[in-house]
Ligand binder design. Structure first.
Ligand SMILES: C[S@@+](CC[C@H](N)C(=O)[O-])C[C@H]1O[C@@H](n2cnc3c(N)ncnc32)[C@H](O)[C@@H]1O
Length: 293
């Protein structure tokens, strides 16, 4: 247990953010504080970092990691959708969004994010709010479940899995990650079980996105985040699946057409071969960056 979260695309992000002394940066997804400490190192001696994080476990790890930087760091336990209410307009030089989960969350079985470990079917990143994944699988209608699995998981077996969930919960409420995994395994015909990705991957992704409202949150910050940036300030977004990357790409393009921003990455930046080898989690990472004009 407890290997640290390895930040992805660090050099690439730092190049786009052009960290400088005296500047202010927002890390809207602080996680373990990996990217944040690099931003602080490169903007020494007086660059400021505002960190946002809604997960209590990640937050305490970030506090420890960032302690040496003293009062150059301000940490807010908040959903990043509130960024433009909490930070003064046009006061920031760069924003980083590194979406998805940190290893801190994935590796704790009791958080229920991973289909590999046993744990309660929870998946809430902010433990203070929202319904858990168990609430969803036990209470949503068949149609809603199918919709979520199809749209947020791009799961072609959405209908069969949703039906199996509803059947199973009539016997007994579904409470754990392994119970759900077994239901998924039985629902997808054996010959379609992929060796490359676990049959439970898409369903777990879909539930996590819905539990945490991830796409809606991303949509909101991609619209409102610019307000806190000075002209010339930059926003970097790292995403880990196609639904997010598509939303970033399309929103950036539209805002560019509307004359608000300039896109700096015509194609997404992806990790080097070396990084992919050293950190398998980095393989699906895509970075896009744009500048406020
Ligand atoms: C991939 S991790 C970030 C890792 C970090 N860049 C590092 O180097 O350690 C993503 C983090 O964003 C947080 N997060 C996701 N959505 C959020 C939101 N809407 N508001 C605040 N934090 C969020 C998650 O809890 C998680 O800790």
């Amino acid at each position: 247990m407890g290997s640290r979260h390895i930040p992805v695309l660090v050099e690439e992000v730092m190049t786009f953010l052009r960290c400088e002394p005296g500047h202010t940066y927002v890390d809207a997804t602080l996680g373990g504080g990996g990217h944040a400490s690099e931003i602080l190192r490169r903007s020494a001696p007086d660059g400021v970092l505002i960190g946002m994080e809604w997960d209590g476990d990640a937050l305490s790890e970030a506090r420890d990691t960032l302690m040496p930087f003293g009062d150059r760091v301000k940490i807010l336990r908040e959903n990043f959708i509130h960024l433009s209410d909490l930070v003064k307009a046009e006061s920031v030089d760069g924003i980083l969004l590194d979406l998805g989960l940190s290893s801190i969350q994935l590796e704790k079985g009791e958080r229920g994010f991973s289909f590999r470990g046993e744990g309660p079917l929870d998946m809430r990143m902010d433990e203070r709010t929202n319904e858990s994944a168990a609430d969803l699988v036990n209470h949503l209608s068949l149609e809603e479940l199918e919709y979520i699995l199809y749209h947020y998981g791009e799961e072609r077996w959405a209908k069969r899995i949703a039906r199996a969930i509803v059947q199973e919960r009539e016997r007994e409420p579904i409470g754990t990650t392994q119970t759900l995994r077994k239901i998924i395994y039985r629902a997808i015909p054996r010959r379609f079980h992929s060796r490359r990705i676990d049959p439970a991957t898409r369903t777990f992704q879909a539930l996590r996105i819905r539990v945490n409202d991830e796409l809606e949150n991303l949509r909101k910050i991609l619209e409102a985040g610019w307000k806190v940036l000075r002209k010339g300030g930059r926003m970097c977004v790292i995403s880990f699946h196609s639904l997010e990357d598509r939303m970033v790409k399309e929103t950036f393009r539209r805002l560019e057409r509307e004359g608000e921003i300039r896109v700096l990455t015509k194609k997404p930046v992806t990790p080097s071969e070396e990084e992919r080898r050293g950190n398998p989690r980095s393989r699906s990472a895509k970075l896009r960056c744009a500048e406020r004009i």
